[in-house]
Design a protein around this ligand. Structure first.
Ligand code: ADP
Ligand code: MG
Length: 350
């Protein structure tokens, strides 16, 4: 990286805890009518009068969930918010507020946290959520970010994992597998970089994959689309751990089985090309690798016309009786039991 100006370096200790919180949060505007009091008192005050309240939390730990060698802090802040909003949308709710709790070691400078908060601010603005609080503390090593999100939905609108019925259609938004491949590309380039730091990678051919990994978008638009179509899914979940693991969650919670058709799995052309380059089969990539943050849901067959031809949605298969089990129907029509890791290649059944 070429720097044409002196980079500022401000130790966190120069501001103190209160100065730091004030500095990081001063540019956040509140936009939600339900936010009565945001940052600055002992606790936030919300007035969530309409419907039910959805509450979710996620923790991201440096070295476990993210690697700062190739994750810009602005992207990390943005993604940490998306991970939470995605869970609210998976309940068919609309997110309204978040809190952000941070533990950082003294290795981090103020400028690094400013970047992190830039990403958080961008996410808040784009998705219309208010930052209403958090906590700031030190860690002996690395960074931990814990975000909580609040959302609302009418009681009749909330969608659980447990409502899928036999013959329902299984539907997914967007396409699958790109976030995992993005991570593979970044890991590969990071290894090259460690050996030769002067070797600047050209990630242009992989920009879609890298963006899906570093800057995912939660599917608020799908929740809005479902509302506009007056389509109430019978069950819904977000894809944070891979398609097969999420299908198994729906089947387990709904007490049903499922047939998933391999040839229906939506793949971006970059995913197909990169799988060829890396000598990977695209099906296990889409099935067993996560972080796509798409919505997976089931609908009554009667509703099919509402989604037919919609470029954002793909019908992947259908729900069956529990006794039929959970299977992938491969391109050559063999029936393979799904496992959380994708499938077990050694237990093909007929
Ligand atoms: P307390 O000691 O009562 O927990 P804090 O000093 O931790 O208070 O927090 C003061 C205010 O700043 C509270 O409104 C809190 O929610 C908010 N806050 C603290 N840390 C953060 C953070 N990292 N991001 C956003 N808001 C924060
Ligand atoms: Mg506190």
């Amino acid at each position: 990286m070429f720097e044409d100006k002196e980079t500022e370096r401000t130790q966190l200790s120069e501001l103190g805890e209160f100065g730091l919180i004030e500095h990081l949060t001063k540019n956040f505007n509140l936009s939600q009518a339900s936010t009565v009091k945001g940052v600055g008192d002992d606790a936030a005050v919300l007035d969530l009068r309409h419907g039910q309240t959805i509450l979710t939390t996620d923790m991201l730990v440096e070295g476990v969930h993210f690697n700062l060698a190739y994750t810009p802090l602005k992207h990390l802040g943005y993604k940490a918010v998306m991970v939470n909003l995605s869970d609210v949308y998976a309940m068919n709710g609309i997110a309204t507020q978040i809190t952000v709790s941070l533990a950082v070691s003294n290795r981090f400078l103020l400028e690094a946290l400013e970047e992190l908060y830039e990403g958080i601010a961008l996410a808040c603005k784009k998705y219309g959520v208010d930052l209403v609080g958090g906590d700031t503390t030190s860690s002996t090593k690395g960074m931990i970010i814990c975000i909580s999100a609040v959302g609302t939905a009418k009681e009749s609108e909330v969608v659980y994992r447990s409502g899928a019925k036999p013959n329902d259609l299984l539907v997914v938004s967007g396409d699958l597998g790109a976030a995992y491949l993005g991570l593979q590309v970044l890991e590969r380039e990071n290894e090259v970089f460690k050996v030769n730091p002067r070797n600047q990678p050209d990630l242009t051919p992989y920009s879609y994959l890298v963006e899906r990994q570093l800057k995912p978008e939660a599917r608020k638009d799908i929740v809005e689309l479902l509302k506009a179509l007056e389509l109430h899914p019978t069950a819904m979940i977000d894809i944070s751990d891979g398609l097969s693991s999420e299908i198994l969650h729906i089947c387990h919670n709904s007490d049903v089985g499922c047939n998933l058709y391999e040839d229906k799995i939506p793949l971006d052309p970059t995913v197909i090309a990169t799988c060829e380059e890396f000598n990977l089969d695209s099906t296990p990539v889409a099935l067993s690798r996560g972080e796509d943050y798409e919505l997976l849901f089931t609908i009554d067959q009667k509703e099919f016309l509402k989604i037919k031809g919609n470029p954002n949605l793909t019908v992947l298969g259908h729900i069956t009786d529990k006794k039929e089990g959970v299977h992938l129907i491969s391109r050559n029509s063999s029936k393979i039991p799904l496992t959380a890791q994708g499938w077990n290649a050694f237990t093909e059944s007929d």
